[in-house]
Write a new protein. Sequence first.
Length: 469
Amino acid sequence: MKIEQIYTGCLAQGAYYVESEGEVAIIDPLREVEPYTKRAKEDNAKIKYILETHFHADFVSGHVTLSKETGAPIVYGPMANPSFEAIIAKDGQEFKLGKLTIKVLHTPGHTMESTTFLLKDETGKDHAIFSGDTLFLGDVGRPDLAQKAADMTKEELAGTLYDSLRSKIMPLADDVIVYPAHGAGSACGKNMMKETVDTLGNQKKMNYALRANMTREEFIAEVTDGLLPPPQYFPLNVKMNKEGYEDIDVVLERGTQGLSPDAFETAANDTGAVLLDVRHQDDFAKGHVPRSIFIGLGGSFAPWVGALIADVKQPILLIAPEGKEEETITRLSRVGFDGTLGYLKGGVEAWQNAGKELDSVESIDATTFKERLEQKVPVFDVRKEPEFLAEHVEDAALAPLDYLNDHLAEFPSEETFYVHCAGGYRSMIAASILKSRGIHNLVDVAGGFKAIKEAGIPVTDYVCPTTLK
């Protein structure tokens, strides 16, 4: 028996490769399927099943392409209704994989088709669960994503999730291993641990949602408390996962067209494409194509694209480091953004050599920022609200990057203001968005709140985030 977790950090997503006696099951694969087919080939094995725990909202799964390439059937649990051919398994149905058995446990609540796959070893002993978004480490899946599709309130879905956990998962033995679909950083939950594998016994001790004496009402209240609105691209990813999508090879062929500066400019004017610059924030600050948006590959790239661009059908023109074009298009496709029309060949240097205008962002270090704070200048913190409430620069205003458009009227129209985040990545995204909206009277604080504290700038007293409700 082989179980391999294939974890993608920028999406905080875990796909799984399970092999026995030359037969393989792939669980919740990513859009690009070559890693799975290559892995099976190395084992001289055949992919027998593609198991989907539910219709994912935060990424586009590779199930359709993988099934097409391997002939393996796609398996969903009860209540799934995809537009393509798939096995819709019954609750309790079992699938043989070499000497192993995979049992379907229907665990609705996160979504109504949500299913946990229970892996039994060759002796029939329960070995592990692949819990999808039903059970995370430290949390459970948010119950508000499927409200419209399920025609249920988030409270009703949370109650359904309570029943699922207590009837299907909590009765399992403590030594059963939990393999979730996501870890810390995913927007599919709110309180996940940084670890990506655990035992069910430890989760029964650590996970607030699995308290033995918890009532249904308490569960509903705690699971629905503090839920932020989901990213706008989530329903669009669900639609793609449910109805199908273009092969990634087609997306890559279309997107990897190198465009001269003139052709790039013409395409931008003709299509209304977003000009997406994925270089490092320091390079963007020094010089960039006017009105381009910075979201660097070095951070949580795909989730920020999804949250800020939102419409997966939006045309995109890329400005990328040389050799990173295909990686960028692949990572965009993981969250459903298939509309890349090409990239700026030769990058910003070619743009400048063609005599075209460059824009820049003034970025200062924390020591300089400390000096300028003596003049009581406006400061905007673009971190998330819990980060801000825990500790922030005295008199700073909160303008979370996720909801920056809601705060545009708060930024001074003429007076110079300062923006910062935790480390410099999000503040440069914010700066690029503000400049694209015609707001240029800003200065970025390089190094963010970490550098600010190290420079001895006065901040509010620390409040532990776990105490903030």
